[in-house]
Design a protein around this ligand. Structure first.
Ligand SMILES: [Zn+2]
Length: 299
């Protein structure tokens, strides 16, 4: 399969030209990696979320880390107001029936989860600690500074993806939504729907997500993941990679046409058989999630 030639998923080669600049866009003006001192940024106080009482919102908080590495991730997320930005974005697009606490925390594992009993979402600092070296290894172009800025953007992107995925579980639970198929796939779909239909910054986060699944799938292809991943309730990373490529393409087939593999475009990463289904998949996702979406998304 062409996407695995050279041992790497070649998403970057297929990224539409117009998006190349986007991929290199820095995170705000003061983005920082976990390895260098974050630049000053004044985080918005969470009390400024001014939703009316009948509508809930994600309510961010940053808990103490368990390790010095956790504390670096906490500083990165705090100083870039990453959770606050996600909460504001979700409020624009999702109707939440109640406030949902969104904790960033040290968990002792690379994870993110919705807790149906506590009715809150936790994003673990370890998630970024695990992904950062994989994302960095995925990079092949640019100066050290450009790579660092790209890594920052990718880390913010995968944080968006993970939190919006957990928001999907929260919505299924809080609205008692019927889910056909795996709830994990439905949660991925909500995350993809919100990011792919967003502005350039959020589409960039969708691209970061695709890059992260490419990195994880490459690690799996190298035999660096245990066999138990096949028992996991999530789809495999390579499947999630293709799903995200498909959904992004399906959100705007004209713009993302270069990702489709054709005779004239043999480097396209999305097989044509799947590509033909993607616009329909994306429309179906909008329909499935419509009870929780703000009306303007229902186009
Ligand atoms: Zn999940």
């Amino acid at each position: 399969m062409s996407w695995r030639s050279g041992g790497r998923l070649r998403w970057a080669a297929a990224v539409p030209f117009a998006l190349v600049g986007l991929l290199g866009a820095p995170v705000g003006t003061g983005a920082a990696t976990g390895t260098r001192a974050p630049v000053e940024r004044t985080a918005e106080p969470t009390e400024q979320v001014t939703e009316p009482a009948e509508e809930g919102a994600l309510v961010p908080s940053y808990e103490a880390g368990l390790t010095p590495e956790d504390e670096k991730v906490k500083a990165f997320l705090t100083q870039n107001a990453v959770l606050e930005d996600i909460a504001a974005y979700a409020s624009e697009r999702i109707v939440l029936p109640q406030d949902v606490p969104l904790h960033a925390a040290g968990c002792g594992e690379a994870n993110a989860f919705w807790d149906p009993r506590a009715q809150d979402i936790t994003f673990c600092y370890e998630y970024l600690e695990e992904l950062a070296p994989l994302l960095a290894a995925q990079q092949s172009k640019g100066t050290a500074e450009e790579r660092s800025a790209q890594l920052d953007q990718d880390l913010v992107g995968v944080t968006n993806e993970a939190v919006l995925h957990e928001l999907g579980h929260a919505l299924v639970n809080l609205y008692d939504l019927p889910v056909v198929g795996k709830e994990e796939d439905a949660a991925d779909q909500l995350s993809a729907l919100l990011l792919a239909s967003g502005d350039e910054r959020h589409v960039g986060y969708a691209l970061s997500t695709i890059t992260s699944y490419a990195a994880l799938a490459n690690a799996a292809a190298r035999g660096e993941q245990p066999l138990k991943v096949y028992a996991d309730e999530h789809s495999l990373d390579a499947q999630r990679f293709y799903n995200w490529v498909c959904w992004l393409y399906g959100s705007d087939p004209d713009q993302y046409a270069p990702v489709v593999q054709t005779e004239r475009n043999p480097d396209g990463i999305l097989p044509p058989d799947r590509a033909g289904q993607c616009p329909g998949e994306f429309r179906q996702m909008e329909k499935s999630w419509s009870p929780a979406l703000k009306p303007y998304l229902k186009t």
